[in-house]
Structures are given as structure tokens and as C-alpha cells.
Design a protein around this ligand. Structure first.
Ligand code: NAP
Ligand code: F7E
Length: 325
């Protein structure tokens, strides 16, 4: 039975990836942070508690800030595959806590790579890189596009990305990065723009909210479905040769388009409810991200399955069900 260790298992992608690996027959170990409130709600479908011996799923306390805990866990788990999904992942927040973001999103990756290198160089390592690293580089963006990060978050991700390249070249490790464009789902954090919009549209529909305040409506993103994207992560670690891949849909929409589609799905006109608030604008914006996933299609046989309209509908339906109870 292959063994996987996932950091960020309590996040959107970590929960989908854990489910995928369990269906593939893996023993899955996840890293969670201690919190004063329960932060494992996305794992409710697969985790019933430490007494549940029937599952191949285990949670461990730790933190990407804590090298000794990471080294101990890697030594105890002896994973075949490590997926580093943990991060301070919010771009706007990274301008407010840049040092923390650099420490977790950037140096945290170094700590985990070192823990893996010192344990076994044959462990395969996946790094959650981001299209945000392309930043101001014009679309479409592929594996060959230069990085031009526009936030502390994307600078930290670029550092982590280059570390993986370096560990691959220096130590012959199977360390790869998926450069993933935005991917969303009903499990998306509520402060990311897609979920903020679908949640608000649902609330407004049932009379629990009056208006939705947003920042820049002109930004364009290549939005896909998270459930599709975790499959690409796994595929990258099953290849003969380690290589970095861009993962996206190849289609972009603006934040305005997303509003129109989400409110329109509920037979509402978004312009009646959306207002601008400067506080949601960023010191430096990323205007236009559009992935070119040709290499992933050709070498991994991967392509995005859920369309933009299906994704918006899935998220609105889920939020409507949640706010209607
Ligand atoms: P997410 O929902 O924000 O999840 C982040 C995870 O990291 C959570 O489990 C969080 O734990 C954990 N974490 C945060 N700080 C930590 C620390 N100091 N030590 C250990 N764990 C920590 O993010 P996501 O959307 O699933 O994304 C997964 C990864 O892909 C992230 O690295 C993100 O930057 C990257 N990425 C995401 C996208 C996207 O569109 N979703 C695109 C490209 C790259 P808590 O639950 O305790 O907060
Ligand atoms: O913003 C604009 C905002 O925060 C998307 C993370 O998963 O994907 C994500 O980063 C756009 C930006 O995602 C609001 O200015 C307008 O242009 O949903 P977001 P992001 O910054 O693209 C990348 C690939 C990652 O790697 C990250 O981890 O929407 N926008 N008004 C707004 N954004 C937010 N959050 N809130 C607003 O009110």
C-alpha cells in the first residue's frame, strides 16, 4: 500500500486530494495545525476520529514553521509521496502579513524539502506552485513564461518553486511543481472572490444579505474545478521523469463575468447588488491569468472537465442549500 503525506490537508485542495488518494488505495497522513476552533470540517466525509481504525487516514499536529516536527513526522510516516499544499494562500492578506507569508509559504517548503532529503531521497515531492508567480507576464502563460510576481505571496511561491528545481538538480530528487491556475469548489475559502460571490448571491436570494462589496471587477482569471486539479497533482508524481507542469482550463473570465453568471443563475441582475469597496483592492494587481495547459494534456493526459458555467452552478447550488437550512 503506497503512503502519502499531505500538508494543508484541511484546506480545499488537501481535502479533495486525500479523498482521491484513499480511493486509489493509499494510506494517507495529513498535517493539521492546532486551532482553538475545529478546522477539519472539509474532512468530515473521510475522518471520523482517531478511534476509527477502519480507515487508512491519519491526522498529525504540526506546522510548516516547526522543522523538528516535520522531520519527525517524515521519519515516522516514511511516505512514498509528499504533497506540500500548506500555505498562507491569500494574496491580499500577504500584503498585510508579508513576513509570516514568506516564512510559511516560502521557507516552510524549504523545511519540508530538508526533512524529506534527510530521510530518503527516493520520496517523491509535489509542490503547490501558483499561476500568481507569472503576475504581470502577459497571457497565455505556460511553463516557458517568465515569472513576474506581484505580491509577497507570489514572491514566496516563486522562492519555493525554485527550491524544488534546485533540489531536483542538486540531489537528484523527484521534486516537481504544479503551476496551478485558480481552482474553486464549494469547499473554497469564503474570502476568495468566487466563493464570496456565490455565498452572497445565495444569501441575497433568500433575503439574508442586501449587498455585496467587491474590489477590482476587471481582473481576469482562469478558473477551474479543484476536484479536477488534484488528479493532475497525483499524475505528476506517477511520471517516469520529474517535470513541472502548468494546470489550467485555457479559458479566462473576469470577476464581472463571474458575478453575472452567479447572480444570473439565480435569476438576479448582479448590478442591482454589487458595490465597489476600495478596501478589497490590492497594492499591486495581477490583471490577466490564462493558462496554456498543452504540456499537461500531451504528457499527463490531463485536461479540465468541469466548465466555467458548471463550476459556478455547483458553487451557487451548494451555497444556496447551506443558507436555506
Ligand atoms: P487553502 O484552502 O487556503 O488551504 C491552505 C492549507 O494550508 C490549510 O490546510 C491550512 O490550515 C494550511 N496551513 C496554513 N498555514 C499553515 C502552517 N503554518 N502550517 C501548516 N499548515 C498550514 O488553500 P488551497 O486553495 O487548498 O490551496 C492549496 C495550495 O495550493 C496552497 O499552497 C495554495 O497556495 C496553492 N494554490 C492554490 C490555488 C487555488 O486556486 N486554490 C492555485 C495555485 C496554488 P488551516 O486549515 O489550519 O488554515
Ligand atoms: O482574487 C479580485 C482580486 O482572492 C481573484 C489563491 O488561491 O489563486 C488565488 O489567488 C481576483 C483578484 O484569488 C475581490 O483583486 C475583486 O484579481 O479569489 P482571489 P487570487 O488572488 O487570484 C491563486 C492562483 C493562488 O495561488 C492563491 O493561493 O478577484 N477581487 N474583489 C477580489 N478578491 C477577493 N479575494 N475579494 C474581493 O472582494
Amino acid at each position: 500500500m503506497p503512503t502519502a503525506f499531505i500538508t494543508g490537508v484541511s484546506g480545499q485542495d488537501g481535502s479533495y486530494l486525500a479523498e482521491l488518494l484513499l480511493t486509489k488505495g493509499y494510506q494517507v497522513h495529513g498535517l493539521i495545525r492546532r486551532s482553538s476552533s475545529i478546522n477539519t470540517w472539509r474532512l468530515d466525509g473521510i475522518y471520523r476520529g482517531p478511534q476509527d481504525r477502519n480507515k487508512n487516514f491519519f491526522l498529525h499536529y504540526g506546522d510548516l514553521a516547526d522543522s523538528s516536527a516535520l522531520a519527525r513526522l517524515v521519519r515516522e510516516i516514511q511516505p512514498d509521496e509528499v504533497y506540500n499544499l500548506a500555505a498562507q494562500s491569500h494574496v491580499k492578506v500577504s500584503f498585510e502579513i508579508p513576513e509570516f507569508t514568506a516564512d510559511i509559504t516560502g521557507t516552510g517548503t524549504l523545511r519540508l524539502l530538508e526533512a524529506v532529503r534527510m530521510n530518503s531521497r527516493s520520496t517523491r515531492f509535489y509542490q503547490a506552485s501558483s499561476s500568481e508567480m507569472f503576475g504581470a507576464s502577459p497571457p497565455p502563460q505556460s511553463e516557458k513564461t517568465p515569472f513576474h510576481p506581484r505580491s509577497p505571496y507570489s514572491c514566496a511561491k516563486a522562492f519555493a518553486h525554485m527550491l524544488c528545481v534546485n533540489y531536483r538538480e542538486s540531489y537528484d530528487m523527484f521534486a516537481v511543481s504544479g503551476i496551478l491556475f485558480n481552482h474553486e469548489s464549494p469547499r473554497r475559502g469564503e474570502t476568495f472572490v468566487t466563493r464570496k460571490i456565490t455565498r452572497a448571491a445565495a444569501n441575497i436570494k433568500v433575503g439574508k444579505q442586501d449587498l455585496l462589496y467587491l474590489g477590482n471587477l476587471d481582473a481576469k482569471r482562469d478558473w477551474g474545478y479543484a476536484g479536477d486539479y488534484v488528479e493532475a497533482m497525483w499524475l505528476m508524481l506517477q511520471q517516469d521523469e520529474p517535470r513541472d507542469y502548468v494546470i489550467g482550463t485555457g479559458q479566462a473570465h473576469s470577476v464581472r463575468d463571474f458575478c453575472e453568471t452567479a447572480f444570473g443563475y439565480l435569476d438576479m441582475n448582479w448590478q442591482d447588488f454589487v458595490r465597489h469597496d476600495q478596501r478589497y483592492e490590492r497594492p499591486a494587481e495581477v490583471d490577466y491569468l490564462l493558462g496554456d495547459p498543452t504540456l499537461a494534456r500531451e504528457e499527463l493526459g490531463w485536461s479540465s472537465k468541469v466548465s466555467f458555467e458548471e463550476l459556478v452552478a455547483m458553487m451557487v447550488d451548494s451555497d444556496l442549500a447551506a443558507v436555506s437550512t
